[in-house]
Write a protein that binds this ligand. Structure first.
Ligand code: SAH
Length: 227
């Protein structure tokens, strides 16, 4: 899977995605991540990328012109041979990201292009021109789409072959099968500050352990849904 992230702050994106599992996945070649600076495509002599909104209103809006020039440059066949491309605009207005959506993205595309807005967002025409889907990471507003883009990249990457040690690592987790959350987990020591690991987990009785895990997942899912 190849990710192309269009942003005004490429270093922010690169820094977040260069560590740990996602950093290693890039080194091993399981995924490719490129952060492109939209400002590099500005033809303005001051390298401006934003302007005041027509009709008034607060703040600045990102112009469609450098974003489009960035998009056409990074998706040109000479530099990007992917054939199953999906273009996402990170936006509080979009459908909220779920595990199901991330799985769909991991399974259906070989190139995910993500546009990060900043300031008040982007001119509607760039969305109409190049974007397949708007995605949100939750019903709240952030200063920019960079952290949301990293979240989408991280979540989708975990389901790409070779990123985790085996598909079991993500198939048995919260939300993979609908809205179930994971059971509580414990590691050594068996007792810590008077808190004991549930007896059944130390029993070696696999059928009972599986039953316990299932019941605990159900209990926590119900508790979560009540909130
Ligand atoms: N004026 C916009 C908010 C702009 S926030 C509105 O009222 O809807 C600036 C940028 O941050 C957005 O363009 C978007 O790319 C990103 N952003 C903010 N909150 C987000 C969220 N919950 N999910 C995804 N992207 C978000």
């Amino acid at each position: 899977m190849r990710f192309d992230i269009m942003t005004l702050f490429p270093e922010l994106v690169k820094t977040v995605l260069s560590e740990s599992i996602i950093g290693r996945a890039q080194k091993s070649g399981a995924i490719e991540v490129y952060a492109h600076n939209i400002r590099d495509y500005s033809k303005d002599k001051h390298r401006r990328v934003d302007d005041t909104p027509y009709g008034g209103g607060m703040g600045m809006l990102m112009s469609p012109v450098p974003i489009y020039d960035c998009f056409t440059a990074i998706t040109a066949p000479e530099v990007n041979s992917c054939t199953k491309r999906h273009v996402i605009y990170m936006s509080p207005r979009g459908q909220v990201l779920t595990q199901k959506k991330a799985k769909e993205l991991a399974e259906n595309y070989d190139n995910i292009v993500i546009l990060c807005g900043h300031y008040e967002g982007v001119d509607q025409r760039i969305i109409d021109e190049i974007v397949d889907e708007e995605l949100s990471i939750g019903d709240y507003v952030l200063t920019g789409g960079e952290i949301p883009a990293c979240i989408v990249t991280d979540c989708v990457s975990r389901m790409i072959d070779g990123v985790l040690s085996s598909p079991e690592c993500y198939e048995k987790e919260s939300f993979y099968d609908g809205m179930t959350v994971e059971y509580p987990q414990y590691t050594r020591p068996p007792e810590w500050r008077g808190r004991k690991v549930p007896e059944v987990l130390l029993s070696g009785h696999h059928a009972n352990i599986d039953k316990w895990k299932e019941e605990e997942a159900k209990r926590l899912t119900e508790e979560r849904n009540k909130k």
